[in-house]
Design a protein around this ligand. Sequence first.
Ligand code: BGC
Length: 744
Amino acid sequence: MAFDVERVLAGLTLEEKASLTSGADFWHTKAVGDVPAIMVSDGPHGLRKQPDDVDHLGLGGSVPATCFPTAAALGSSWDPALLRRVGEALGRETRANDVAVLLGPGVNIKRTPLCGRNFEYVSEDPFVAGRLAAAVVEGIQSQGVGTSLKHFAANNQETDRMRVSADVDERTLREIYLPAFEHVVTTVQPWTVMCAYNKLNGTYASQHEWLLTTVLRDEWGFEGLVVSDWGAVHDRVAALAAGLDLQMPSAGTRPDEQVVAAVRAGELPEEVLDQAVRRVLALVARSPQEPVDGFDVDAHHALAREAAAAGAVLLKNDEVDGAPLLPLGGTDGVLVVGEFARTPRYQGAGSSQVNPTRLDTALDSLGDVAFEPGFTIAGGPDGDDEALRHTAVEAARGAGTVVAFLGLPGPDESEGYDRPRLGLPDNQVAALAAVAAVNPRVVVVLANGSAVSLSDWRDHAPAILETWLGGQAGGSAVVDLLLGRVAPAGKLTETIPHRIEDTPAFGNFPGEQGHVRYGEGVLVGYRWYDARHDDVAYPFGHGLSYTSFAYSDVTAAVSGAGADARVDVAVTVTNTGTRAGAEVVQVYVGDPVAQVQRPVRELKGFAKVALEPGSSTEVRISLDARALAYWHPKLSRWVVEGGDFVIDVAASSRDVRGSVTVAVDGEPTYGEIDEMSTIGEWLAHPVGREVLQPLLVLPEGMPPLDDTMEAMMLDMPARTLIDFGIAPVTYEELDALVARVAAG
Ligand code: BGC
């Protein structure tokens, strides 16, 4: 709806302006004068357009829409081109339903596998999360509708999400929790960003000026509108001052009146309110005037099927009777066990629940096969499960191959609370063990929105296919994979640990007394397991195919230095198997010696390549300075510290196929020098060294320092040398030296 934003703004009363910074109802902005209301809807993996306000978190009432695979599955495809196409389809459905903004995608980091909402998020790693989310945003917005990148920021758990303070140091925020947002904002400018419910370091995200203004707008150049998460604003005046533009949903007239009063009292500058209103009007102005005419339900279902297959990860495919168990030769002799084959889990609970246009089940898609439920999803009274298990075992005795559909019961994974357990329910594990005891040819197909522990039962299954929550076509997609019509090519974007006790946030999750301390710092996901050399069930980046790939000729060439440094990486990948497939090549960077503790390796590049059997291709991946940099806590900026960097070209974070060490010229990393700077810090500073070195002469008669003494000395603040009476300078002279260093 094109109109002149400034002209409309100039004609508004203070009351009208205040009222425009909150919604009219659950899903609409307010209309004023000739300016219409626009509608927003969830998000993220399908449109959840509710015709009225009721039933906020339920399924009822939302219009039919394609339920694409959840972000957990989409992410595992590592395929930005595919995600862009999914985005285009989402945008088309949004547009066809006269909705202006689709509320997604979510790019919060999977800090713990227990976060109830992990299925809506892409990864434990910010690099892959940002790249893939940018593709979705680009696709949606290419249809002339907007997105809402959420939940900004540090919303990494559901427990106490409306109040808890995520206590995170700045380096960890900059390196782990913000970069996915940063990448999407700086490369594709989502129309809106949605603030999180939680507090960050004691301040509600909705009122966090550093987050919403300093970082998002001043540093990243965000041009769109900041909308609150639904009900995340507790003080609209403070929120507007911090940089929030629109409170959703409607919270009645009181907050509007408070804004008017604050402006009249001089507590909130009217320009701040004007700026928020300008952004609300600009959002309305760029929104489509008319819906487009429908969407191709069949084509979108087919795309959902393609995406679900691309996002499944083949964790294991051992040989049985001399050949890998998958793909199946056909359906003859196949016994399907598991209620999920007939009653699929394909999306999570909460605001993202879509009313699908149709629903494929694996059982129907397999055609004429024998089926035994084997267990109840809800875990019925013992007797029921026992009887189901018994019948399944009898059927399994004579079966050629058993395909067992296991997964998490729906209530385990939802917005609003976290998962009660890492493992599968006992009744499912018992059914699997019993079936495997009579038939060694068992394929497990998993349906869950985030990692489940499988260490206790994986020996029972030679093949395991992780399908996540694969959307409405997940059932047919899994059959495409089982029968080999499609070759698996997904890889994990989250580590599968053995036990919850092994996970990075264990002990610091979900927090207590209103605070959750991110004590593991930057060591999130694989960064944690690698730092500790911990064994995991399946590492980040892992995923098998029905073919195999060889990596050769790994090279890495440096050009430029410091903030202009760049590393060009190349590798040749060859399909060494007998059928076509695709491989996700990953590039990790390590900086073994630095002033801060750096992860062993961090993902900084990837590419997915499709190859015919026997064919090769050269993959080139360029790393910019940011790929080498860390956030310097004292300098408050990114620095590339000079020295050797290890460039790993890998098939997973634990399957490095080629490693090159390159030397990079860094930039200065010394900070300000004062009297409490250590001797080591003085000596690392060019001017500090020049002025202090001549004074570091040992008193006459003192024996030369041995290594231990020297190390101790280097770590002592300059001032304490005087306090100990061992420096040949006075306090005044030291002050003068500090001034000389400051003068440069
Ligand atoms: C969720 C958001 C969602 C909003 C609107 C909130 O509870 O956290 O992700 O977009 O509701 O349904």
